[in-house]
Design a binder for this molecule. Structure first.
Ligand code: BTN
Length: 273
């Protein structure tokens, strides 16, 4: 059977009214069949004055963007590609908590609706059975005169239906979807509403850092030997902990520790003890 037909029959169409019916707080929700990138559209909307809480969603993205300049492959009728515009009243230091906070919201939502264990890999990836099923790209704009936040865009991409016919073998070795990992087909409208509900709730007291407890419980690098790149340099060491600012603390071979706030980190080998 043609996979596109199978998918479009099995997965319901994205619909503003259905999403709104399931959200606890009101959101302006704009749905596209196709767009280059929901983050691009959200940034333009935010610059044009869109309200905090506005959500941009697309059935497919022709130029979905990931971290570090990568593509985020976004096939039709398969995934949830959403960007949330926020106008936070906190400072730029707290803004670095938004990505891990969104990761917890997305992990909780996926797990609540699928019933499948969902892990977090520092800093912003969700994993099921050691394969990535979700990535988050947070982008912000700062007002130069006051150094305060104008807006933040939280872009969340979740692979919902099977990606087997869209990803090549190399990508399938590391990335997957909720359907491929646990055989559950989620309704994207319900999943979107659940992510928004969890995000709204966690954001109300983000500065308390309470969400970090849930982040740490799900984080898979901590306690393991990892390789990491940050600022162009590559390091290897044992990931000790996620600190109060959601940085990862790494113990290097010479016994010193280093704290990474961003970059890329990967598992080197599993802990033996
Ligand atoms: C990553 O894994 O590096 C981050 C991926 C983020 C993808 C989402 S999909 C919705 C939003 N629009 C984009 O262009 N990117 C984000």
């Amino acid at each position: 059977m043609n996979e596109n037909i199978r998918n479009s029959q099995q997965i319901s169409k994205l619909c503003t009214e259905v999403i709104s019916a399931h959200t606890k707080a009101p959101h302006d929700i704009i749905v596209f069949d196709e767009i280059d990138s929901t983050n691009n559209y959200a940034k333009k909307s935010a610059s044009d004055g869109a309200l905090s809480g506005t959500v941009i969603i697309a059935d497919r993205q022709s130029n979905g963007r990931g971290r570090l300049g990568r593509n985020f492959i976004s096939p039709p009728a398969s995934g949830l590609y959403m960007s949330v515009i926020l106008r936070p009243d906190f400072g730029v230091e707290t803004a670095q908590l938004l990505t891990p906070c969104a990761a917890v919201a997305a992990a909780e939502a996926v797990e609540a609706l699928s019933g499948c264990k969902t892990d977090i890999k520092w800093v912003n990836d969700l994993y099921m059975n050691d394969r990535k099923i979700c990535g988050i790209l947070t982008e912000s704009s700062i007002i130069p005169s006051s150094h305060s936040l104008d807006y933040v865009i939280i872009g969340i991409g979740i692979n919902v239906l099977s990606v087997k016919n869209y990803f090549d073998a190399e990508l399938l070795a590391v990335a997957s979807s909720i359907e491929d990992e646990c055989g559950v087909i989620l309704d994207r409208n319900c999943l979107c509403a659940e992510v928004l509900n969890r995000l709204d709730e966690l954001l109300t007291d983000i500065e308390s850092r309470r969400f970090l407890e849930e982040y740490r419980r799900r984080e898979i690098l901590t306690g393991n030997l990892i390789t990491a790149t940050a600022g162009g340099a590559s390091i290897t060491g044992k990931a000790l902990e996620i600190d109060q600012n959601a940085n990862i603390v790494v113990e290097l071979g010479n016994g010193t520790t280093t704290v990474l706030s961003s970059g890329e980190a990967n598992l080197c080998r599993l802990k033996k003890d």
